[in-house]
Design a protein around this ligand. Structure first.
Ligand code: ATP
Ligand code: MG
Length: 430
């Protein structure tokens, strides 16, 4: 019999939902001694990450779920503009960097192979992706093409700080595109800009993230950054309210202190976090590797490139900076580790049974539930729910059951409401 393997039919319910008592990595009240930012403090206290050393973090199950969701949103939007996902190696021969003259970069981490060969941990992947694309692109018919990966980068940053915002090992989505002409790069570059804004909108920061003009290097007047307003941000930008764009302080002088789009000189100075950065590379990398293609006129021409970076781990930190209060994190629905935080209160058997029924029923509907099934006090459980920051909290207790109800509270609202079991499903599954 001919049959195909249907993946979705085999999803393990434990992947969707989780009992808190089974979860590896719990909340802790003690603040990490050197937490210098809201994201470092709340992500550590909430059991999302555990610091290894300066700028290097372990992702615990809760944190990994958030990171995965951010990555998947980015993945969907890169796929939608024709990006091909690949995975390149974390380490590379140093000789590749000598070829482009970047082997002296101060952010490089150096390694030694057994055969005395010199290796580096990639801080970015132009030196890997360019010769890789060269293996598969020969003629204008093979172009344009865009490849991307979501992978950890290594940079010996002079100052690792602010939790996930500036790491020495951090996660990046890096895409590279290859074209027959500058005009073709220009066209794709605009598509990437739009895709980036789709990502930020889906992450709930679309209205506080602005396209920012930054220095372009040799190949174009500007590059573009995507900057999210936040006090903790390292970048100072000058924002034009009329055009909704900004200029990075690093080039504001060059720009004669005016908006590059409308010339407005009344710009608003803000602190911001750089959550993405896109560049036109020209032949900066294709030339040293001799990356040419045969054009339709039979001539060999040098490939034109663009590169497009975005930081999922920095975004995770940025979301916490933007969305928190004095009790904890307030995750956007699209990336919350679970959809629902179910809390059963008291040691009553009936309460536990009803909570379990609800847990299973929601899970069967593909609602991701974190069920706090511990024998802890109401105060501790509710404080943990606020700290962890899942958007919807459901509480079952003897009191709510007496009314055949569940208490429902949204993390970003003050008021809790009682819902009958029957109407609960209609409401939250709509
Ligand atoms: P920055 O100006 O913040 O040092 P960059 O301009 O060097 O960053 P790129 O090389 O363009 O950054 O990297 C692409 C994206 O990766 C950045 O927009 C940012 O979101 C993320 N990123 C860069 N460096 C780090 C880091 N040290 N820790 C976490 N994320 C980072
Ligand atoms: Mg930058």
């Amino acid at each position: 019999m001919l049959s195909i393997f249907k993946t979705s039919a085999r999803i393990n319910p434990n992947i969707i939902s989780m009992r808190y008592s089974n979860l590896f990595g719990k909340t802790s009240k003690s603040v990490q001694a050197d937490a210098d930012s809201a994201n470092a403090k709340l992500l550590t206290q909430g059991g999302f990450v555990a610091k290894q050393m300066a700028g290097v973090y372990n992702y615990l199950p809760l944190g990994l779920r958030v990171l995965n969701k951010i990555q998947n949103i980015i993945r969907e939007e890169m796929n939608a503009i024709g990006g091909n996902e690949v995975l390149m190696p974390a380490m590379t021969q140093k000789a590749s960097y000598a070829q482009t003259g970047r082997d002296k970069m101060d952010v490089l981490f150096h390694l030694q192979g057994r055969d005395e060969s010199e290796l580096v941990l990639n801080p970015t992947h132009e030196e890997v992706v360019t010769p890789l694309a060269q293996k598969y692109v020969f003629s204008y018919r093979d172009l344009p093409v865009a490849v991307y990966q979501i992978q950890n980068k290594f940079r010996n940053e002079p100052r690792a700080k602010s939790g996930l915002l500036r790491g020495r090992e951090f996660n990046m989505k890096d895409m590279y595109s290859f074209h027959v002409s500058k005009a073709d790069v220009d066209e794709y570059y605009e598509k990437v800009k739009e895709a980036y804004f789709k990502v930020y909108e889906r992450l709930g920061i679309g209205d506080i993230t602005v396209l920012t003009y930054a220095s372009g290097g040799v190949f174009s007047k500007y590059s573009h950054e995507f900057q999210t307003f936040a006090e903790v941000g390292e970048d100072t930008i000058f924002y034009c309210e009329k055009c909704c764009v900004a200029v990075n302080k690093e080039i504001i002088g060059e720009q004669k202190n005016a908006c590059p789009e409308c010339g407005n000189k009344k710009l608003d100075e803000r602190q911001a976090i750089e959550v993405g950065n896109i560049f036109k590379l020209g032949d900066k990398f294709s030339k040293p590797f001799g990356f040419v293609f045969k054009d339709s006129d039979g001539q060999d021409k040098t490939v034109e490139m663009g590169c497009y970076g975005m930081g999922p781990s920095r975004l995770m930190g940025a979301l916490v900076e933007v969305f928190h209060d004095d009790r904890g994190i307030i995750w956007p629905k699209s990336v919350a580790p679970y959809n629902v935080h179910l809390v059963s209160l008291g040691a009553d058997d009936n309460v536990k049974q009803e909570a379990e029924k609800l847990y299973e029923k929601l899970t069967a509907k593909c609602v991701e539930v974190l069920w706090d099934d511990r024998d802890a006090s109401a105060g501790a459980k509710l404080a943990d729910a606020d700290l962890i920051g899942i958007p919807l909290r459901l509480v079952i207790s003897k009191k709510t059951l007496a009314e055949d109800s569940v208490e429902v509270k949204e993390r970003d609202k003050q008021k809790a409401e009682l819902y009958k079991f029957s109407s609960l499903f209609r409401t939250i599954l709509q």
